[in-house]
Ligand binder design. Sequence first.
Ligand SMILES: Nc1ncnc2c1ncn2[C@@H]1O[C@H](COP(=O)(O)OP(=O)(O)OP(=O)(O)O)[C@@H](O)[C@H]1O
Length: 235
Amino acid sequence: MSVLELRQVHRTHGTGATIVHALRGIDLVVRTGELVAVMGPSGSGKSTLLNLAGGLDSPTSGEVVVDGTVLGSCSRKALAALRRRKIGYVFQDLNLLPSLTAAENVALPLDLDGVRGSRKQALDALSEVDLNGYGDRFPDEMSGGQQQRVAIARALIGERTLVLADEPTGALDSQTGEAVLRLLRSKVDAGAAGMLVTHDARHAAWADRVVFLRDGRVVDTSGPLDQPEELLRAP
Ligand SMILES: Nc1ncnc2c1ncn2[C@@H]1O[C@H](COP(=O)(O)OP(=O)(O)OP(=O)(O)O)[C@@H](O)[C@H]1O
């Protein structure tokens, strides 16, 4: 089943002589159980693509569909609820709330929906990212890598059908980074769809498919990545 669909998506910034075409006509489908890696040079549109898929930004033209809902047709309130319930997002800059503890940050999307037992679920999610006993710490009492794992726990908690991650392993050592990718993979295998922006071919190897962007266009896609180095060298 298609969870995420982009139909002829364009996104421009500015107008006239200073116009920037961040995305130029992207068609992409991500299905249940599928993890898609997005690669490409700096400025090729990867973060823009992820922001559009997560409903954090809107296309200049074209449609973004999540779980059968055209995001552009939603009210702000409906979009916020859909994002909270269905989309887990790991941002490059984490976006943890400094005044909430780790457990409260993780539980927040559930609390906003009045889900019972959110603290227990949050503590379980924290222990899955190896943060047992850290639930009552505030973000500024944790290392960058620990904060990143809190952000991952927040993205994976609940019944998310779409998980979006922008360089989720940035501040992590390679062993913890691998554990995070394994978690992302298992969330997808358990019935979600996932999209992962990465510069690292070893991380892309966790994906079922790699979409390679250049200048806002998909220039290549591959199945399971046999030869990531070749793809990275593509003209
Ligand atoms: N708010 C904005 N205003 C103007 N231009 C923007 C804005 N956001 C992105 N862009 C431009 O759109 C293009 C795509 O940016 P984007 O951040 O999506 O690239 P990226 O592939 O994620 O880059 P990186 O790997 O460096 O994070 C770039 O040329 C960028 O400068």
